[in-house]
Write a protein that binds this ligand. Sequence first.
Ligand SMILES: NC(=O)c1ccc[n+]([C@@H]2O[C@H](COP(=O)([O-])OP(=O)(O)OC[C@H]3O[C@@H](n4cnc5c(N)ncnc54)[C@H](O)[C@@H]3O)[C@@H](O)[C@H]2O)c1
Length: 334
Amino acid sequence: MMYNNIDFNNKTILITGGAGFIGSNLAFYFQENFPKSTVIVFDCFRNTEIFANGNLKSFGHYKNLIGFKGRVICGNINNQADLALLGDYKFDFVFHQAAISDTRIYDQEIIMKTNVNSFYDLLARTKKDRAIMVYASSAATYGSQPSPQIEGNENPENPYGYSKYIMDQIASQYSKENPDLTIVGLRFFNVYGPREYYKAKTSSMVIQLGHQILNGKAPRLFKGSDKILRDFINIEDVLQANIKACKPKQNGTYNVGTGNPRSFQDIADILQQELGTNLGTEYIPNPYDGYQMHTQADIRASKVNLGFDPVVSLEEGIKTYIPEIKRLHGTDMS
Ligand SMILES: NC(=O)c1ccc[n+]([C@@H]2O[C@H](COP(=O)([O-])OP(=O)(O)OC[C@H]3O[C@@H](n4cnc5c(N)ncnc54)[C@H](O)[C@@H]3O)[C@@H](O)[C@H]2O)c1
């Protein structure tokens, strides 16, 4: 799918976090649509280290890249010696996805070092190469600000959201100091789609509920889930945003959602319809304080300045995802 007239053939593209969910989808997007592009994936991949919440420290997985014919470098964005491995290239585009992506990590130091400090290094690299920088921000920058969430009204409520909020400020300052550079941040809302499986408990509820249903169990939802709404965005539309962000009307940080919030109950119901089951729903108490009850991206600025136009409905997105959900069911995620 071509989203604009940029020809990425013969361009050199860095994807940090390219062994993760969004990064690996970007890698295949370029491979399939621009076979003459040179794509370099830079990712630390997973090891056995875990955070206090029992989740892995990084989710990158080689299985997300099977079939990818570009170059792969295993490196840590926190490590200058690893970043030096990129020294032989001159990048035209940098898609910076690498991050601690788990919103429930509370070790502030490691989050700030990984998500924020490395950003200075990557921006410096972008400047040196005169590359276009598109980086991942997050809807977590809004905390529980009322819907629709709009750029300029942030109030992060966890270290992850704060780290992305600081990245946005760094990007804004860098843009002011370097007006000739293209730097765009994308505030993804709840992304779902192929290659998210290895995020385990941090993958979307679409695949998690899908696998519960395939186990023959009623999908488990928090009580009142018909009233817990999120802006779920399909990976195809996230790819669209990344490509369009390479040619913005103006630098900035933009929301990437559908603008059309849906409930967790909707997800469970659509899945059951697609999987042909009638297992009902099991409701459990919501243990979280400060749980986001409603997110909805205000996408007016993304539409005007990026030309972003999300097209995949939740029904369509789940329907096309079902074969992949079935394929992965019960497979090893370690
Ligand atoms: N998926 C979503 O719903 C969503 C929502 C908002 C923002 N985001 C942001 O989008 C980006 C991509 O998210 P994702 O869903 O693909 O997550 P992911 O965890 O699958 O991808 C992140 C990748 O970064 C790598 N990484 C982590 N620390 C690293 C380090 N120190 N050095 C090198 N690589 C490192 C991981 O191995 C992983 O492959 C992240 O920045 C995330 O914060 C995602």
